[in-house]
Design a protein around this ligand. Structure first.
Ligand code: NAI
Ligand code: UGA
Length: 433
């Protein structure tokens, strides 16, 4: 099939490359000329394991190209919209101007009977609004909402072998076209849920709200553990054995960040308020508040471990991205902790395997070094904030040898406290003693 993907960021670049791998002829469109040039020459504009290989393979077959010109989408049978929906600058709501812009542009070029598929995460009710907007613009293209559940770091596998596909449709022709797009994935037995626009939009919002709630639940338990001497990791292991609860997404630490969970729960709250249902999701305000408190807790621990002040103390910060296997520093708890420590006058030396470039754009005031060894040299405290494998596997004896004094905050609870204490470290985790 001929497919266009509008917006080639973290989601769209992977989606476009994956659709070409599934045998479709794909054009990826983005307004960012630099991104388009990179993608077209086979260079992934961000770090995502497996994307460079997938991109190279898809470009080599001639089935994938990139453009800044929306006109190049004109002959596609299916258009995917994967543009950003960030948080509005001065409120919790989602900024829908990129989605509206993409739909307006497509309404002018999409062929009659072609299908426009929203993949961006939007507040429930957006698809209906966009359909109305398209009709007013004189377009008779079909509309579907097909939310995306991929995780950064696993984006390629999550796209090619998703847990499920969700179609929000108002017309059977849309279902048929999506079935054609995803034929290979469906043949592999992937469950597919066909529903209306509102349910499809809400499935996505609800999934992210649930994941965020699960993380804040365990972080709330970490707060109680801190007040009682209990160990939140053992607690998570123990409750996680109950299959109804499950151990995944019960890792306590400095909480969730990234370009999605934080803004999505806030947008959900804002939308529920518009719908007169604020109380239904009022708990999400707590989820957000618990999450943000954990960053503060990590900073407070640093102050405590350095006997009351971090001012002019040398602190190594390991990790800047919102999670490992990504270069994404959007709303990163790790970068936030580094910036807060710097704000308190600490001499922060921060490092990350992939995130330094993006971190520098957000916080140019921080001192970045290329390696953990450079960050650790003469430090009085090391704070592990993103659990990259290379930091989890650090040898405490070697680390102690580099530092001025052996203190560690394991803000992701991934180190072995006994091993670090045996090497002479004052060790503190979050929610574990
Ligand atoms: N990043 C992720 O892992 C996932 C993201 N999502 C959702 O997907 C959407 C996109 O997210 P990301 O890829 O992370 O955002 P992003 O910010 O990395 O990418 C958005 C891209 O859209 C482009 N763009 C904006 N307006 C455009 C227009 N009119 N025409 C063409 N291109 C345009 C921008 O230049 C940018 O490259 C959001 O709604 C997000 O919530 C959903 C699941 C996973
Ligand atoms: O809508 C989205 O964009 C995506 O948001 C998340 O994916 P992602 O943001 O890539 O990252 P996650 O793996 O969900 O992690 C999010 C944050 O939660 C934190 N986290 C995760 C798990 C956990 O147990 N504890 C915890 O603190 C991570 O460190 C990270 O900061 C969802 O997992 C995806 O299903 C969804 O498609």
């Amino acid at each position: 099939m001929r497919i266009s993907v509008i917006g080639c960021g973290y989601l769209g670049a992977v989606h476009a490359s994956a659709m070409a791998k599934l045998g479709h002829d794909v054009v990826g469109i983005d307004t960012d000329a630099e991104k388009v040039a990179k993608l077209g020459s086979g260079v992934a504009p961000f770090f995502e394991p497996g994307l460079p290989e997938l991109l190279a393979e898809s470009l080599a077959t001639g089935r994938l190209r990139f453009s800044t010109d929306i006109g190049d989408a004109a002959d596609a049978q299916v258009h995917f919209v994967a543009v950003g929906t960030p948080q509005l600058p001065y409120s919790d709501g989602a900024d829908l101007r990129f989605v509206r812009g993409a739909f307006d542009a497509l309404a002018a070029v999409a062929a009659p009977g072609s299908l426009i598929v929203g993949k961006s995460t939007v507040p429930v009710g957006t698809a209906a609004e966009l359909e109305e907007r398209m009709r007013r613009a004189g377009s008779d293209a079909l509309l579907a909402w097909n939310p995306e559940f991929l995780r950064e770091g696993f984006a390629v596998a999550d796209t090619l072998t998703p847990d499920r596909l969700v179609y929000g449709v108002a017309d059977e022709r849309a279902t048929d076209l999506l079935d054609e797009v995803y034929a290979q994935i469906l043949d592999a037995g992937t469950p597919r849920i066909v529903t209306d626009f509102a349910t499809a939009e809400l499935v996505k919002t609800a999934a992210n709200a649930f994941l965020a709630t699960k993380i804040s639940f365990i972080n709330a338990m970490a707060e109680i553990a801190e007040a009682t001497g209990a160990d939140v990791t053992t607690l998570a292991d123990a409750i996680g054995h109950d299959a109804r609860i499950g151990r995944r997404f019960l890792n306590a630490g400095i909480g969730f960040g990234g370009g999605c969970l934080p803004k999505d729960i806030r947008a959900f709250t804002a939308r529920a308020e518009e719908l007169g249902r604020a109380e239904s999701v009022a708990f999400l305000r707590q989820v957000d508040a618990i999450n943000l408190r954990r960053r503060e807790r990590a900073v407070d621990l640093a102050v405590e471990m350095l006997d009351g002040s971090v001012f002019e103390r040398r602190i190594a910060v390991l990790g800047l991205t919102f999670k490992p296997q990504s270069d994404d520093t959007r709303d990163s708890p790790a970068l936030d902790v580094a910036a807060r420590l710097h704000g308190l006058g600490a001499r922060v030396l921060a490092t990350d395997p992939e995130g330094i470039e993006n971190a520098r754009l957000r916080h140019p005031q921080l001192e970045y070094v290329a390696t953990a060894s450079e960050a650790l040299a003469d430090a009085e405290l090391v704070v592990l904030v993103t659990e990259w494998p290379e930091y989890r596997e650090l040898e405490p004896d070697l680390v102690a040898g580099l530092m001025a004094s052996a203190r560690v905050i394991d803000a992701r609870n991934v180190l072995d406290p006994a091993a670090w204490r045996a090497a002479g470290f004052a060790y503190r985790g979050l929610g574990r003693s």
